[in-house]
Write a new protein. Structure first.
Length: 250
């Protein structure tokens, strides 16, 4: 009995050792997912979310009109250097008490949009519906500006040049339609492809249109002065120019 006892102990020790190794091998795979996550499995997903934001294109862009309980709200943005430099409500509730609410709320909302550089702005007290409509139209304008921004800034500037023709604006003396050439986010050329003609209109058009073309390039927006003696032509030019800018999206 004493001679066989050491053998049994050796066999048991060997079996225990083998069992321990098998147990360790069986536990190792369970720790791999944690190691893979720690090694950086999650960060790429976070990076792709961050990289999804896109800059807004320069120029003037008008958001879709947002309908509210008290009337439509529509926001126009002026963007320069990828930043909002001006915000204005081209439509807002009016009539009765809405006039007072609008006159108080809209300037504050315009200022907030420029400061926030986004549609994440606080509602103005006493103007809940107008504020909500403003934010909705503001977000629409930002979306349009982002969609129009060049996706690849590494290409040549000439490849980004494009020509856009605004809608026809009807005036008392005939239609006015403006075409602009945009390159690098700036208006490089403006021309009237339609303008009032016939009789005295020929003289008015020949005098006013060159001045309006020049003013559009200088202002880089539709915020230009009317030419003296050509009020209707100037108003039609501005309307069609704004339409072209909206289509260009900056």
């Amino acid at each position: 009995m004493r001679k066989s006892h050491p053998v049994r102990r050796a066999v048991l020790a060997t079996a225990a050792t083998v069992s321990g190794i098998v147990l360790l091998l069986s536990l190792k795979p369970a720790s791999d997912p944690g190691s893979a996550e720690a090694a950086g499995g999650a960060p790429p997903a976070a990076e792709s979310v961050q990289g999804g934001s896109r800059p807004i294109g320069d120029g003037t862009v008008t958001g879709d009109a947002a309908q509210t309980q008290y009337g439509a709200v529509q926001v126009r943005l002026t963007v320069s250097g990828g930043k909002i430099t001006k915000a204005e409500a081209v439509q807002a509730p009016k009539g009765g008490q809405s006039d007072q609410v609008t006159s108080n709320a809209v300037p504050k909302l315009n200022q907030a949009a420029v400061q926030a550089q986004s549609a994440d702005i606080d509602a103005v007290s006493g103007a809940t519906y107008t504020s909500a409509g403003y934010q909705e139209s503001l977000q629409s304008a930002l979306d349009k500006a982002r969609a129009a921004a060049p996706a690849d800034t590494g290409g040549g500037g000439a490849a980004q040049a494009r020509t856009v023709t605004g809608d026809v604006a009807q005036t008392q003396y005939g239609p006015v339609q403006v075409r602009i050439t945009v390159s690098g986010g700036k208006i490089t050329k403006a021309e009237a492809v339609q303008a009032p003609k016939g009789g005295q209109s020929d003289q008015v058009t020949s005098n006013a249109v060159p001045k309006l073309n020049q003013a559009a390039v200088q202002a880089q927006s539709a915020d230009i002065d009317a030419v003296s003696g050509a009020t209707y032509t100037s108003a039609g030019y501005q309307e069609s120019l704004q339409s072209a800018l909206d289509k260009a999206g900056g």
